[in-house]
Structures are given as C-alpha cells and as structure tokens.
Design a protein around this ligand. Structure first.
Ligand SMILES: *Cc1c(COP(=O)(O)O)cnc(C)c1O
Length: 313
C-alpha cells in the first residue's frame, strides 16, 4: 500500500488543484441492436485509493483546508466507506492529519477499508449509532486538535464544495456529444455537479443506491440554484434491496459486463447503476440514437468485502 501511495504521491499533489486527464471509453457496438451508443467516463482510473468521484468531491474541501491552514481533515463514515479511505489517502499525500469518525463499535476484526485507512495514518474514532446520527464530534478530538485546526468534511463529501469539485470534471472538455449523463447516487453531490455542467438539452439521470431515499431530491436541490432544481431524473428502483445489499443476479451482471468490456464495477454503486442502464436500454427507455455517458464513480476497493471468487476480476 505504501509503495502504491508513493508512486502516485508526486503526481497527485501536482494535479490535485488542477483537472486530471480522464478517459472516456467508448462502447460503440455494445448496444447496436438497441440503436443506442454508450460510453463510460472512467473516474475509477484517476487514483487507486482516492477513488472516482471522491477525488473530485474532496478537492474543494482540501483547497479550503490549505487556504485556511487547517492541519487535519475530519470526516464520517461506515466500516466499508469509500469516502473514509479516500480521505485517509488524500490527507496522507498532502501531509494533513486524518480523523475518521466511524459509525458503531470497533469490531475485533476491522474491515479491510478501515484497516487500510488506519495504516494510512487515519485516526479512527468509533461512536454509537445514535451519536453518529447527529454527527457528533467526540470532545477528545476537539481537545486534541483544536476545533479551528479541523477541516470538517461532510459524510460522503456531501455539500457545495463537493459539488463544485465534481464540476471540474468538465474543465477543458465538453460532454456535449451525449444526450444523457448517468451516475450512481449516494448523497447526490455527484449528480448535482453533473446537473451544473450539463447543457439544456442533455438529460442527467441518477440511480439511487439507497432504498426509499425520498429525502434525496430536497438534499440535491439544496446544492443547486433554483433554476436547476429538478433538472434531473432520480430513479429509486435499482438498489437491489438496499444500500450495500446484493443478489446473485447483480454479481452475474458485473462478471458478464467485465467479460464484455474489461470494465470492473463495484457492487455498492456502479454495479447497480450499470445494471440499471443495461436494463433501461433493453426495455427501450432511451430513444433510438441516444448517446449515453455513464460515469464510473470508482469505489472498487469495496469489492474486497465480498467472499473470494464472487467476482472474476
Ligand atoms: C460515494 C460513491 C458514490 C455516491 O456519490 P454521491 O456524490 O454521494 O452521490 C457513487 N459511486 C461510488 C463508487 C462511490 O464511492
């Protein structure tokens, strides 16, 4: 892990405040029979640990931390959180301290995600589910670091700073060629960023990874100027039973997709979102001639929590 980090460190710091190169992988022929074209925006390739959309969402917070001479990033998450690991890795590379406030009790056997976060130097603090609901920062942390030294990053990078980071995906490039831009949704921050960069004709679609997340629309709209409220479609029926739940059909799709495209997906977000897009295409949701850009939001590290041999990649 340390070697991986060092290899990327120099590039990372240089590029952190500017826009990295992101590949668009065209899958022109995959849905030829259905008459639509699909391409994938490979945010998963931006960084091995500060993965996918987290790289962009963290950017705004880190900029602010540097401007205000903060010494530590503090954020919130669960045991398998991509955001926790991304924050730990970003802080390490930028020479900031990292504090993770984690939901629930510390288990005997930490998840691989939290083990890695700790080995990257993140200080983990476990708080009860009740305290977590209110995002309580333990008093011992405030004492240890001093409140003014902490850059607080919302759970999942949610917020205006996160949204603005996502918008930099479109810096120096245009996605005008596409009729639809599609992403998985957790907090909706990525979706909000995409709504800000879309053209008037383009449709942005979000696929919720959570079950019955009815408050999402209000949370997304609160990140958007009024003129952009509801300028997107949020679909709620593709969560496979709920957040981080899975079915054999999901894994079968992910393996099949990998065989056809060599694109690995994670089972919490992108697997479900890509499955949904595949389903929607096959049920003629999109008009013939549509050109669809699916955002690969990363998160592949989360697959490590699956039993070995679940996935072929
Ligand atoms: C965190 C995460 C998301 C959710 O992004 P939001 O901006 O919170 O909606 C989607 N995909 C992956 C892979 C993630 O890790």
């Amino acid at each position: 892990l340390a070697a991986k980090i060092n290899k990327f460190a120099a590039r990372f710091i240089m590029e952190f405040l500017s826009a990295p190169v992101i590949r668009v992988q065209s899958l022109k022929n995959l849905y030829q029979p259905q008459g639509v074209e699909v391409a994938v925006l490979r945010l998963d390739e931006v960084h091995p640990l500060v993965s996918g959309n987290k790289w962009f969402k963290l950017q705004g917070y880190i900029k602010q931390a540097r401007e205000e001479h903060k010494t530590a990033l503090l954020t919130f998450g669960g045991a398998f959180s991509n955001h926790i690991l991304a924050t730990a890795a970003a802080a390490k590379e930028l020479g900031l301290q990292a504090i993770g406030v984690i939901r629930g009790e510390r288990s005997q056997q930490l998840s691989t995600t939290l083990t890695d976060a700790e080995s990257l130097g993140m200080q983990l603090h476990f708080i009860t589910r009740e305290a977590y609901k209110h995002k309580e920062i333990p008093g011992s942390i405030l004492l240890q670091y001093g409140e003014h030294n902490l850059q607080i990053v919302n759970e999942g990078g949610y917020g205006l700073l996160g949204r603005m980071g996502i918008e930099t995906i479109a810096a120096n490039r245009s996605f005008q060629d596409y009729t639809h831009i599609i992403t998985a949704v957790g907090t909706g921050t990525t979706l909000a960023g995409l709504v800000c960069i879309k053209t008037q004709q383009q449709e942005v679609i979000g696929l919720s990874a959570l079950k019955n997340a009815w408050s999402l629309t209000a949370e997304i709209n609160s990140l958007l100027p009024a003129a952009l409220h509801d300028q997107y479609t949020l679909l709620h029926d593709h969560h496979f039973g709920g957040y981080a739940k899975s079915t054999p059909a999901l894994f079968q799709f992910m393996n099949n997709w990998y065989s056809k495209t060599a694109i690995p997906l994670d089972f919490v977000y992108t697997g479900k979102a890509f499955f949904a897009v595949d389903h929607l295409i096959r049920s003629s949701y999109f008009a013939k001639g549509s050109r669809i850009l699916i955002v690969h939001t990363g998160g592949l590290q989360g697959n490590r929590s699956l039993p070995k041999d679940t996935l072929i990649f």
